[in-house]
Write a protein that binds this ligand. Sequence first.
Ligand code: SAH
Length: 194
Amino acid sequence: EEAGVQRDRVVPAEEWLQKWAAGKTGFHKERGHPYKYLDVLVNGRSGLRIFFPLCGKAVEMKWLADLGHRVVGAEISERALREFFSEQGLPYREEAVPGVPGARLLQSTCGNISLYCCSIYDLSSAIIGKFDGVWDRGALVAVNPCDRQRYASLMISLMEKNSSYLLVTVLYDPNKHKGPPFYVPEGEMRSLFG
Ligand code: SAH
């Protein structure tokens, strides 16, 4: 029964852009997550390619880049990406993305952080390649329930064989709290990624 809750709700892209414009970004964690989350994802490996779907201005992108990994992110809000580079004190350049009309690539000048400003659904492994790790915090839970299957299939298609996927979700009673984030029942996570 709980699986049916929130099923038909949709947060349109415009609403996310408005949140960023109004600074209503309570989901952003200025001080990041505990470092041990990074260790779980990296698991002793070096020089990884890490993907941040629905990246916002997550500070962990900078942390992983500083550890020598290459980071790629996807985010519809251009404001979020500009805030990321300016708040992290990173110079960046900007270019169009061949094959994805309207998309922009904002890339740190040293080249190790590449953030695509477009919908995640406009990307594929042909455009951004494959990854050794995915940092999914505030991403699956922000995806509209009707798009979950498509999102999960895309994530799986972006993963190298020995890739690891760090998924941060929230447990709560969906009948009492509305979100976002959306409520993702554990059984559904298993069927999406299992
Ligand atoms: N992962 C980030 C942001 C979580 S909030 C963090 O941990 O802070 C979800 C983000 O997804 C918002 O910044 C929103 O603008 C972005 N977003 C929503 N739909 C998207 C889509 N289809 N493609 C890319 N980004 C999207």
